[in-house]
Design a protein around this ligand. Structure first.
Ligand SMILES: Nc1ncnc2c1ncn2[C@@H]1O[C@H](COP(=O)(O)OP(=O)(O)O)[C@@H](O)[C@H]1O
Ligand SMILES: [Mg+2]
Length: 359
């Protein structure tokens, strides 16, 4: 009896100790986790990214949302919803050949996989590079691709890979590819890719170098995997700064150069076609006057010309006093004079910049 009684006391004591230990370790575990969360500056960012990713996945009807890791969710917050993009192929002038080739060699093999499945030669490339001087439509083409390709499109902001704590960046680099494979067909777009993958410099931080190596090795995984449809699409103004190893991974290259006379004519017609323009505007003449202008220069000069009429309107309005007419009625259309004045002003500033007058 005595022995039995002793035993039961021992048992309750042991259970008590075990319970207390369990509670203690649970408390320590959660406090440690809390402290670690407090000192991790990225925790809020991560939370926001995950919330955003959840919303996007829902909107896109992606069912994999719940099976993604936290890292994949951070990358998923960069998924593009095509309905948010206003640019389509019709908003790009003079690059019909490039667009056609892009559609035939990259987009169609993704959309109609079954048509191309009998040949290894017609598989979509795993890397596509858009290169050429600034302001000629590279980002524009990427946006239109996101809108029109009918694939998932990740607009990868590489700063999220490089800003993180040591170790995180490698996991995020890996997550780019694991996510893309889960939601394929998928295009991963990296704008200004030279800034991210330029010749790996000797002064690269060790963590950055490892992240880049990780990125490349996952990319190679894609290249060797014939069934998966994930494409890395990059754009750069400085193709010569790219590592040779990167160029090798992007066999499909599109040169988006400065527009020639015929292309400038198309860009001018596209931009001014949506504006109130006077009958005296001579598009051929404008195209001849804008040799060396990029698409973005042309847009800027048109915007500037359009401002001249607003400026004139304001001047006459302030002379006449308050105007009761409708604003639209009172504003005159853009004239040839506005456009030539704007071109001359633009050439002047271009000359100054090119000559490096301001360093
Ligand atoms: N071919 C083009 N057709 C119509 N607009 C153009 C064209 N090229 C450039 N633009 C205008 O210039 C802007 C900048 O072009 P963008 O694609 O950002 O150039 P980049 O080649 O530097 O990425 C565009 O938003 C667009 O307004
Ligand atoms: Mg760009």
């Amino acid at each position: 009896m005595g022995i039995f009684g002793d035993n039961s006391i021992n048992k309750t004591e042991v259970i008590g100790v075990v319970v207390r230990l369990t509670i203690l370790s649970a408390i320590s575990f959660f406090s440690l986790k809390w402290v670690l969360n407090q000192i991790d500056p990225t925790v809020n960012q991560k939370k926001k990214a995950i919330e955003k990713a959840n919303k996007i996945c829902k909107r896109l009807g992606l069912t994999v949302g719940k099976q993604l890791t936290d890292y994949e969710m951070v990358i998923a917050s960069h998924l593009v919803d095509p309905s948010d993009i206003s640019v389509s192929w019709r908003d790009i002038a003079g690059l019909e050949d490039v667009i056609q080739e892009l559609q035939d060699t990259v987009i169609l093999p993704i959309q109609r996989k079954e048509l191309f499945s009998d040949s290894q030669l017609t598989q979509p490339p795993k890397g596509v590079l858009l290169y050429g001087p600034p302001g000629c439509g590279k980002t524009l083409i990427a946006k239109a691709t996101a809108k029109e390709a009918g694939t998932r499109f990740i607009n990868l902001d590489v700063s999220i890979l490089t800003d993180k704590w040591y170790g995180e960046s490698q996991k995020l680099a890996a997550a780019v590819f694991t996510l893309a494979v889960k939601i394929q067909p998928c295009i991963v777009f990296i704008d200004e890719i030279d800034a991210f993958l330029r010749m790996r410099a000797a002064q690269d931080h060790e963590a950055t170098a490892m992240m880049k190596a990780q990125f490349m090795s996952f990319w190679d995984g894609l290249i060797t995997d014939q069934v998966c449809t994930v494409i890395v699409m990059g754009a750069t103004n400085r193709p010569l700064d790219l590592d040779k190893a990167i160029l090798r991974r992007m066999p499909s290259r599109f040169n988006i150069g400065l527009p020639d006379q015929a292309q400038r004519l198309k860009i001018l017609k596209l931009i001014l076609g949506r504006e109130p323009v006077a009958n005296d505007v001579d598009y051929d003449e404008l195209a001849s006057e804008t040799v060396g202008f990029s698409g973005s220069d042309i847009k800027e000069l048109c915007r500037n010309a359009s401002l001249y009429r607003v400026r004139d309107f304001n001047r006459t309005a302030s002379l006449k006093g308050p105007v009761e007419d409708e604003f639209q009625d009172a504003l005159r259309p853009i004239t040839m004079e506005d456009l030539t004045a704007s071109i001359n002003k633009f050439k002047e500033s271009k000359f100054f910049c090119a000559a490096g007058f301001y360093g």
